[in-house]
Design a protein around this ligand. Structure first.
Ligand SMILES: Nc1ncnc2c1ncn2[C@@H]1O[C@H](COP(=O)(O)OP(=O)(O)OP(=O)(O)O)[C@@H](O)[C@H]1O
Ligand SMILES: [Mg+2]
Length: 511
């Protein structure tokens, strides 16, 4: 009495095929599960037996052997409940597995009463099913929208075990689910024009977005830093279909996908008490971290000095490479995590240093600002001040250009960069290394002289000069200038606020 069911599991962000084999034989009634199953899979034995009984089937007193193949791949999660149950019932001849083994991938968690519950990773599994030429996927009802994203694959969502059995016995006709909730057209509730005045900040943010530069905002409480950060995704170029799928896969694996495809650039804002694993991902049953949930969007670190140095250190790899590597006992996987980093901070512990009635001592202020990790600051090209908006601007001025208008301008500047870097593996000015800076950033004579004089005056380091040139490249691109001119350099120098704050009172020499 044997059966074989096609199922799947996830490694990193991709699905892989798993054969669930079931063999029933005479012997002491027991259930043996083999095939590198993690604890979460082993628990499925108990759920499956109860679900089968509570769905009205009788289980004979047999020895049940279950094998998950390939045996050398680790399997996690609860999604094998349903294929195991179907495997047992097929081995008992309730249905003929050979009729659907090559046709359908089956996944789903069972509750003790036989109801099906949502599983993690349905989207990458459906993508895999399509690629391997399966006709369809049988999955829990709550995973139906994820499945429907994949074109050319039949999705059969079910609410309970009994219905799946009836369907496989051709006693129940079910039409494939094709009501697509997916919509690749992006729509945002927020708009940059909600913010009144603050023209200088808006200009700096447009530059940061256009050139793919990471950004730090510094200002007193209530000046609008969080408000700005939340609107940055609305200024980024629309997600391509490919990017949308990449991001959606990560949400599917995390089990937090609500509808169909994710059609907005994500905005993640973890609290400063977050753990390393929370930020970077990991855990016994792998869970993507905030850096991956922010993939193709914005990672916002509010109150930057409150984050522990150690936590911020783990950001270095995703900032550098655009992915994190998760190591398991016998394999390593890369999880995509390319995001724009946006940080915000007050100038001092009370928040009002330089903007009113500050109660902090000089030492407290220095200590507070020195809490930010140097290597992280190295990866931020633009720091700007967000002062309180003047009353007149808040009450009487409009919000200026809408996000859609700015996004159009950003797109044009991104196109220039795409052409510039077409044979290289970078996309934006923000990603240029020294070599590319030399190649693509020609300063005219006046600009060169000006940069020399300010560098001497402020004692800029080589690193700071490179950042200024990178940002000025973007500013020049915005005004469609091939050469970098003095005004572009001058504006880029103004985006180094943290280094120049209050006449050098805070002596951070990143410049
Ligand atoms: N320029 C502006 N236009 C319209 N509303 C504004 C503006 N600036 C601030 N506000 C209002 O002030 C509120 C506070 O802004 P926000 O929370 O972004 O400040 P913050 O700088 O993040 O403060 P904190 O340092 O305390 O986190 C906003 O919710 C908004 O209602
Ligand atoms: Mg805030």
């Amino acid at each position: 009495m044997y059966s074989k069911i096609s199922s799947a599991n996830v490694i990193g962000v991709d699905g892989f095929l798993v054969d669930v084999e079931v063999d029933l034989s005479n012997g002491l009634p027991s259930v043996i599960l083999v095939g590198l199953a993690e604890t979460s899979v082993k628990e499925s034995r108990e759920r499956v037996i109860s679900a089968i009984k509570n769905s009205g089937f009788t289980l004979p007193s047999k020895k049940i052997r279950i094998n998950l193949a390939p045996a050398d791949m680790r399997k996690e999660g609860s999604l094998f409940d349903l294929p195991i149950a179907i495997g047992i019932l097929s081995a008992l001849s309730y249905m003929d597995y050979s009729e659907f083994y090559k046709k359908y991938i089956i996944i789903g968690e069972l509750s003790l009463d036989g109801k099906l519950r949502k599983v993690r990773g349905a989207l990458p599994i459906c993508l895999m099913a399509k690629e391997l030429g399966f006709e369809g996927v049988i999955l829990p009802y709550d995973n139906r929208y994820e499945g429907s994203i994949v074109d050319g694959l039949k999705i059969y969502p079910f609410d309970n075990l009994l219905d799946v059995v009836k369907f496989l016995r051709s006693e129940l006709i079910v039409e494939p689910f094709d009501e697509k909730k997916e919509n690749f057209i992006q729509y945002y509730d927020l708009d940059i024009s909600d913010i009144k005045g603050q023209w200088a900040v808006k200009r700096a943010i447009e530059i940061a977005v256009a050139g793919g530069h990471n950004l730090l905002m510094l200002g007193p409480p209530g000046s609008g830093k969080t408000m700005f950060a939340k609107r940055i995704p609305t200024l980024l170029p629309p997600l391509t279909k490919e990017e949308a799928l990449e991001t959606t896969k990560i949400y599917s694996i995390a089990g937090i996908l609500k509808g169909g495809v994710i059609n907005q650039r994500p905005f993640r804002s973890p609290h400063h008490s977050i753990s390393d694993v929370g930020l970077i991902g990991g855990g016994t049953h792998f869970q993507p971290g905030e850096v991956s949930l922010a993939h193709n969007g914005v990672l916002f670190l509010d109150e930057l000095p409150e984050f522990s140095r150690k936590t911020l250190e783990v950001l270095r790899q995703p900032l550098e490479d655009g992915y994190v590597v998760i190591s398991r006992a016998n394999y390593k996987v890369k999880i995509p995590s390319r995001f724009m980093l946006v940080c915000a901070m007050n100038p001092c512990p009370c928040g009002y240093f330089g903007y009113g009635n500050c109660k902090c001592t000089v030492n407290q202020i220095k200590q507070y600002q020195n809490k930010i990790s140097g290597p992280l600051l190295d990866r931020i090209d633009i720091h700007i001040e967000v002062p309180n908006v003047p009353y007149e601007e808040l009450r009487y001025k409009d919000g200026g250009d809408s996000s859609a208008i700015i996004r159009e301008r950003v797109l044009k500047v991104r196109e220039i960069q795409e052409k510039r870097f077409k044979n290289l593996n970078i996309k934006t000015n923000g990603q240029m290394s020294e070599k590319e800076i030399v190649k693509f950033c020609k300063l005219d004579l006046k600009a060169e002289e000006f940069l020399l004089s300010v560098s001497k005056k402020f004692n800029f380091s080589a690193r700071a000069i490179h950042k200024i040139i990178k940002v000025s490249r973007t500013i020049a691109d915005i005004s469609f200038s091939n050469e970098i001119k003095i005004e572009h350099i001058a504006e880029a120098v103004s985006y180094r606020v943290l280094d120049k704050l209050n006449n050098g009172l805070i002596e951070r020499h990143y410049l």
